[in-house]
Design a protein around this ligand. Sequence first.
Ligand SMILES: O=C(CO)[C@H](O)[C@H](O)COP(=O)(O)O
Length: 276
Amino acid sequence: MSQLPGIEGAKRLAAYTAVDKHILPHHKIIGIGSGSTVPYVVERIMQQGTELNKARIFIPTGFQSKELIIEAGLNLGDVDQHLTIDVTIDGADEVDAQLNCIKGGGACHLREKVIAEAAKTFIIVADYRKNSEYLGKNVRSLSPDLFPTNNPFFPPLTIQFVHGVPIEVVPFAYAKVLQNLRSVLGSPNASLRMAKAKAGPVVTDNANFVIDAPFSRDLIKDPSSLLTKIKLLTGVVEVGLFCNIAQAAYFGNQDGSVTIKRVEGAKVIEESIPAS
Ligand SMILES: O=C(CO)[C@H](O)[C@H](O)COP(=O)(O)O
């Protein structure tokens, strides 16, 4: 395999390793997730050859993965035709030591969760930045170059922020859900996700809005219970907390090795494939 530098190399490594281990010749119905790591999943599946792939049906988690499947010339299906999926592979924004995940960075988490739950095996692929001890630990850094200042008393800062839990809400109820997240569930900085190249909010593939709600370590330390509390807010469609769904996560590392966290019995074990 030719070298692909940096983060892209790490994503591809995770995706290729996961496909090689989990997309087997007898798998016929395959779920394809969303995000920037998933194209490498499709790339590796294509490398398994036309003969195997013509007998398969691929189920997308949103517009992006639908386009990926069509462009690759693979057979497109949907979960209402295929209630059971052999394997789904998807990306994640953060994965903890128990394989709980934050997803929804691409606002696709409703469909992603349906396709993940429909799968007999659900596998996460990500670069090393997503591998976390607990959810909400990973902060994203905004480079000082983005905030230049000429004032010598206030040198440019690296601004760090926690992205939070993505929550898909029906547009009609967004303000009420925001109020409840801030004042009842303890996320004072919960905010409506705004679009980058459009005035107004991000609109999901299901015509809903997305709220990003950061929670303190204390509030997110039991992600399943937080998930239940958020889901009970009227107007919430789905929460980007995926608890007890993934069987394994593959993280590509900078040094070319792959870290694997996988469920074995009642435990999650961690192992590593060294760089080749
Ligand atoms: O949940 C998702 C989209 O809703 C993505 O899978 C998640 O944001 C990871 O994306 P990437 O592979 O680009 O890091």
